[in-house]
Design a protein around this ligand. Structure first.
Ligand SMILES: Cc1cc2nc3c(=O)[nH]c(=O)nc-3n(C[C@H](O)[C@H](O)[C@H](O)COP(=O)(O)O)c2cc1C
Length: 341
C-alpha cells in the first residue's frame, strides 16, 4: 500500500462528507457515529494519542447537535463528521500487517478535515473554555506575563494601582490576539457596573480619531447599559488570570446578578469616563461612544446570517436571533494598571 496522497485523502473525506450531509439533521444518527468512533478509538490508542484534536472535534460536534453550541456552520460539522464516518467505516483502523501505513492513512483524512475546520475548532475551544465547560489543560495566557512589582502593603485592601499610560498602536497586536478567547467590555449606569465578554471588536481610526468598535447583540443587558450611559472600558488580561472571570461574564447576564462580585472583579475608577477599569484585566481602553449602528440582518451574506443569526433556534448562549449593534467608542485613554511598588 502506498502512502495516501492529499488528493486521495480529499476524495475519501468528501465521500464521508456526502454521508454526513444525510445524517446531520438526525441527532440520534450523529450520536451513533460518535459512539462508534469513541469505541473504535479505545481499540486504537495510538490514533487517539497522535491526533489530540479528536476529543475537541467530538466535543464540538456534540455541542452542535445538543444545541449548546451553534456558532459554527453546519458545513464545518459535516466536514468533521465526514472524517469520523470514514474512520468508523474502515474495517480495521490499523491493518495487522502494516500498522504504520494504516495510521498514516487515517491521519491523512483527519488532517484534511482539521485543515478545513481549524479556525472554527479554535473558536469553539475559546468558547468552551470561556463557558467553563470541563477542560483538560489550562491554556497559556495570551500575553507574556507582565512585570508587575510585588505588593508591599500588608493591609487587607491593596493600594490602588497606578495607571501606566500606553500608546495604543504598541498594543494593537496583543489586543487583537486576545480578542477571540474573550476580553471584557465594562459599562456603568445608575451606579451598577457590569462586564460582559466580547470576542469581536475592531480597532482602528475613524473620523481621524482612535476608535474601538464593539459588537453587542440587541438583547444583551450591556446594550441597555450602553444606551443609558454611552461610555465603556475595554479590559484585556495580561498574563495569567482566573478563567472563572470569562465563564461568569461570558455566560451570565448582569440583568440577573452582580457579575462584578460573582467573578471576583475589582473596579478601579476611570480617568476620562465614568465607567471603571478592571484590576484583574489591567490593559485598559477608556471609550466614549460617538456613534451606534444596528446591523441590518438582510444586508448580510447568507452564510453569515445562517451561522450567527439562525432564526429557527431559540435564544441561548451561542445561538441568537438578535442583530448586533456596533458601538464606535472613541478611545479617550489607554493604560495598564500596575500595582504600586
Ligand atoms: C468568548 C466569548 C465571546 C463573546 N463575544 C460576544 C460579542 O462580541 N458580542 C456579544 O454581544 N456577545 C458576546 N458574547 C456573549 C456575552 O458575553 C454573554 O451573552 C453575556 O452573558 C452578556 O452579558 P450581559 O447580559 O450582562 O450583557 C461572548 C461570549 C463569549 C464566551
Amino acid at each position: 500500500m502506498e502512502e495516501m496522497t492529499m488528493d486521495k485523502a480529499k476524495e475519501l473525506l468528501s465521500r464521508g462528507v456526502s454521508e454526513a450531509e444525510q445524517l446531520i439533521s438526525d441527532p440520534s444518527k450523529v450520536e451513533g457515529v460518535l459512539v462508534q468512533l469513541e469505541e473504535k478509538l479505545k481499540e486504537v490508542p495510538a490514533i487517539g494519542e497522535s491526533l489530540s484534536d479528536i476529543p475537541l472535534m467530538i466535543s464540538m460536534v456534540k455541542g452542535y447537535i445538543t444545541g449548546a453550541y451553534k456558532e459554527v456552520s453546519p458545513k464545518v460539522i459535516v466536514t468533521i463528521l465526514g472524517a469520523f464516518i470514514y474512520l468508523v467505516k474502515k474495517k480495521d483502523l490499523i491493518p495487522d500487517r502494516i500498522p504504520v501505513i494504516g495510521i498514516v492513512d487515517d491521519i491523512a483524512v483527519l488532517t484534511m478535515a482539521l485543515k478545513f475546520t481549524e479556525p472554527e475548532l479554535n473558536a469553539y475551544k475559546a468558547w468552551r473554555d470561556g463557558a467553563g465547560i470541563a477542560r483538560e489543560a489550562e491554556a497559556p495566557g495570551m500575553f507574556p506575563v507582565a512585570e508587575v512589582p510585588a505588593e508591599t502593603e500588608t493591609a487587607a485592601e491593596p493600594a490602588a494601582p497606578v495607571r501606566e499610560k500606553i500608546e495604543i498602536e504598541d498594543y494593537a497586536g496583543e489586543i487583537l490576539k486576545a480578542l477571540p478567547a474573550g476580553i471584557l467590555l465594562t459599562t456603568k449606569s445608575a451606579d451598577k457596573v457590569n462586564s460582559m465578554v466580547i470576542g469581536w471588536g475592531t480597532f482602528g481610526v475613524n473620523w481621524s480619531r482612535p476608535v474601538f468598535a464593539a459588537y453587542v447583540r440587541e438583547g444583551r443587558f450591556t446594550r441597555e447599559m450602553l444606551d443609558m450611559n454611552p461610555e465603556f472600558t475595554v479590559n484585556i488580561p495580561v498574563g495569567e488570570f482566573d478563567k472563572k472571570i470569562l465563564a461568569v461574564c461570558g455566560s451570565k447576564s448582569g440583568r440577573d446578578l452582580d457579575k462584578i462580585a460573582e467573578a471576583g472583579l475589582t473596579t478601579v475608577e476611570g480617568n476620562t469616563v465614568s465607567v471603571p477599569a478592571i484590576r484583574e484585566f489591567p490593559l485598559t481602553l477608556e471609550c466614549k461612544v460617538v456613534y451606534r449602528q444596528k446591523q441590518e440582518l438582510t444586508d448580510l451574506p447568507v452564510d453569515i446570517l445562517q451561522k450567527f443569526y439562525p432564526q429557527n433556534v431559540e435564544s441561548a448562549p451561542g445561538a441568537n436571533r438578535d442583530a448586533h449593534i456596533t458601538y464606535y467608542g472613541e478611545i479617550t485613554d489607554a493604560y495598564i494598571l500596575r500595582n504600586r511598588k
